[in-house]
Design a protein around this ligand. Structure first.
Ligand SMILES: Nc1ncnc2c1ncn2[C@@H]1O[C@H](COP(=O)(O)OP(=O)(O)OP(=O)(O)O)[C@@H](O)[C@H]1O
Ligand SMILES: [Mg+2]
Length: 260
């Protein structure tokens, strides 16, 4: 446990609908099945939906706690204690991992103090975990909401298209302007037809040669993922021999797990 606040930080980036949340769920499945625990998953998407793919209900979000701190005067507690108490209450405990939902970003007005306390409490909390996973919405600015100092591995997820791969390359470049230092960026091309078309592979090779993106791998367009989503089931229940699960696990093995 070498990095930021003890926990290794793994985060998702990529344009809308490419599979960031799906891969976050598969990453949780991977880490828990390899006993690389405890894991804290943070849903940083304002339109939170990671919990649905994990079969969990959300009672309260960090955004709601921050808003409450702005208006409620805590009785017999400092604001720090108040936030810490409520954040601990907002942690959803599942088997091998916990989930915290950020919720809506702040409205107009100054939330500087609430946000700085939030960052402080989060940093303290992260020390209790081996991995911290962050599922983002599209757009890199959301990564800054967490005030992370460092990201160990950023998975940049792309759809299987020429423009998708170009966008992934652009995202890799954009991260250089962020305050957060990214150790490695790993390209994952998701929902890929099988066998992998050579034309796609050529675009991927080109993007990898022109950026600091490392090539993670291809994850197939999966009937099993589709069916699970349709049935509103949990991706954690997918059998490990599902091809898309195996492909994702192979990527995780190489960049974060035992293969690293
Ligand atoms: N490998 C796959 N095979 C089949 N369906 C997939 C696969 N990956 C993702 N999907 C489906 O694609 C849709 C979008 O996936 P997901 O919600 O994970 O994307 P996202 O990048 O998190 O989107 P957003 O930017 O809106 O947060 C979902 O319906 C999901 O079930
Ligand atoms: Mg998502």
């Amino acid at each position: 446990m070498s990095s930021n606040n003890g926990a290794k930080i793994l985060a998702m980036a990529g344009k809308g609908g490419t599979g960031k949340t799906t891969l976050t769920a598969l990453l949780i499945k991977y880490l828990t099945s390899m006993n690389l625990t405890p894991v804290l998953a943070v849903d940083a998407d304002a339109n939170a939906n990671l919990n649905e793919l994990l079969g969990l209900d959300v009672d309260v979000t960090l955004g709601e706690i921050r808003d409450r701190m702005k208006t409620e005067t805590p009785q017999g507690m400092t604001k720090n204690e108040f936030m810490e108490f409520h954040i601990n209450q907002a942690i959803i405990e599942a088997s091998g991992f916990d989930l915290l939902v950020m919720g809506q970003p702040e409205g107009p007005g100054c939330y500087c103090m609430a946000n700085s306390i939030l960052a402080e409490v989060m940093a303290k909390l992260a020390r209790n975990y081996r991995y911290l996973l962050v599922d983002n919405e599209a757009g890199m600015e959301h990564l800054s909401r967490l005030n992370l100092r460092k990201i160990d591995t950023l998975f940049v997820v792309s759809d299987p298209s020429a423009r998708g791969i170009l966008t992934a390359a652009r995202i890799a470049e954009l991260t250089k302007a962020l305050a957060v230092q990214v150790q490695q960026k790993v390209l994952v091309v998701n929902r890929v037809p099988q066998p992998v078309p050579e034309s796609l592979d050529n675009h991927v090779k080109d993007a990898v040669s022109k950026t600091d993106l490392l090539f993670g791998g291809y994850v197939a367009a999966s009937q099993e993922i589709f069916d699970t989503e349709m049935a509103q089931g949990s991706l954690l229940e997918l059998p490990e021999n599902t091809p898309a699960v195996q492909q994702a696990f192979k990527i995780f093995d190489k960049f974060i797990g035992s293969g690293q």
